[in-house]
Design a protein around this ligand. Structure first.
Ligand SMILES: [Zn+2]
Length: 386
């Protein structure tokens, strides 16, 4: 996606506010870990490191409680500390209907393929994997093929949006979508030497895929008169240079087909998922989503509020250009973007992992996928059952 520079001042003010809050609140595992290290003299450095890492992990995923913190501080071996952290995460995940671990495993599996840039071998491998996976779950999968011009050499790049249909007989439909291609390079990496390195897009690419595969397990049994399509867009960012190359090739093609009446299905709403696995999940109401489809934004954030999922913040932040724009502007489908553009939480001295070599599974979390997946499952149940 692309961010409007025009609002950058506003974004900086908000980022500063978040930094101040982080300092006042003493939040962030790093702060807690360092404070502990000062009083824990005499302990081995491996225990201090393990304690700091455990507190950091549980703080990032918002699973830390006063009791767990005390337990970790009282523990006197690395294994014991790690067990406490693992147990807290496993207990949370086991209590969820949506299997965050399974979604995360799919995220990892897709990242193991390597780059999934449009037209690449990696993209073909991913398509085979997903076609097989969704068909086994009972979906009807349509590959919407088209071709795009390569931004550098002008050659034809074969493209495919995957339209994954559940209960295709139902006339009224809603859509959950994500892009499944990855940016060619981590060109935003702070280290210039790494800007031509491998970009695996764990959050920016694989997170939507992992979440949708897991959500697919619930789809066949979803009773009601509304059908659901998952749409995976190709060519969201076959972008080598942000100022020059076009974004959203797949969603634009899809939207034009809808506008031309080439598809049978009629969509009442679309929810786009982008960067939804950040370990430090923060989902604000994105400004373009509010502009085009505010009712839908309020509907989804309302579901999260009722479920007590506090990582969906009921405040506007970030104006993002993403695949939801062609859906709104060309296809006239009310479409919103659920996007965590703070990857990770902004605080002093930290830079974004977006479009860098740090967008890897280790910076993502099954807990975050479970939270977003739970909201999507509940939203679908409400929409489909009505
Ligand atoms: Zn991107």
């Amino acid at each position: 996606m692309n961010v409007f520079i025009s609002r950058s001042k506003h974004a900086i003010v908000l980022a500063l506010g978040a930094m101040i809050l982080a300092v006042i609140g003493g939040g962030g595992g790093g702060v807690a870990g360092e404070a502990y290290a000062l009083v824990a003299t005499g302990e081995s450095s491996s225990i201090i490191t393990a304690r700091r890492d455990a507190l950091k992990e549980l703080t990032a995923t918002a699973l830390i409680t006063a009791d767990i913190r005390m337990e970790i501080e009282a523990a006197d071996s690395v294994a014991q500390i790690q067990n406490i952290a693992t147990k807290a995460i496993d207990t949370f995940l086991a209590g969820q209907e949506f299997d965050g671990n399974a979604a995360f495993k799919m995220l990892e599996k897709v990242c193991v393929i390597g780059s999934r840039t449009s037209g690449s071998d990696g993209m073909r491998k991913q398509q085979e994997l997903l076609l097989d996976t969704f068909e086994k779950l009972g979906a009807e999968v349509d590959m919407q093929l088209f071709s795009a011009r390569h931004p550098i050499d002008g050659s034809a790049v074969p493209m495919a949006n995957m339209i994954i249909q559940w209960h295709p007989d139902r006339a009224k439909r809603v859509m959950i979508c994500a892009h499944y291609d990855t940016r060619p390079y981590p060109d935003n990496d702070p280290d210039p030497k790494k800007r031509k390195a491998l970009f695996v897009g764990a959050n920016d690419g694989a997170s939507g895929v992992g979440l949708l595969v897991e959500l697919g397990r619930f789809m066949k049994d979803l009773e009601g008169d509304v059908g659901v399509d998952f749409v995976l867009f190709d060519g969201e960012e076959l972008v080598f240079e942000s100022q020059r190359d076009p974004f959203f090739l797949g969603s634009e093609h899809f939207a034009r087909e809808v506008a031309a009446g080439a598809l049978e299905q009629r969509y009442e709403a679309a929810v786009l998922l982008d960067m939804v696995a950040d370990k430090e999940l923060q989902l604000y109401q994105e400004i373009n989503s509010c502009r085009y489809a505010n009712d839908l934004v309020q509907e989804v954030w309302g579901v999260a509020r009722r479920l007590g999922i506090r990582q969906f913040y009921s405040r506007r932040r970030h104006e993002v250009r993403d695949d939801h724009l062609p859906l709104n502007e060309i296809a006239r489908i009310p479409a919103i973007d659920i996007i965590d553009f703070d990857y990770p939480r902004p605080s002093s001295g930290r830079t974004t992992y977006w479009h860098t070599t740090k967008d890897v599974p280790q910076n993502c979390s099954a807990v975050s996928l479970a939270r977003v997946g739970t909201v999507m499952l509940e939203w679908l149940r409400q929409r489909v059952g009505n």
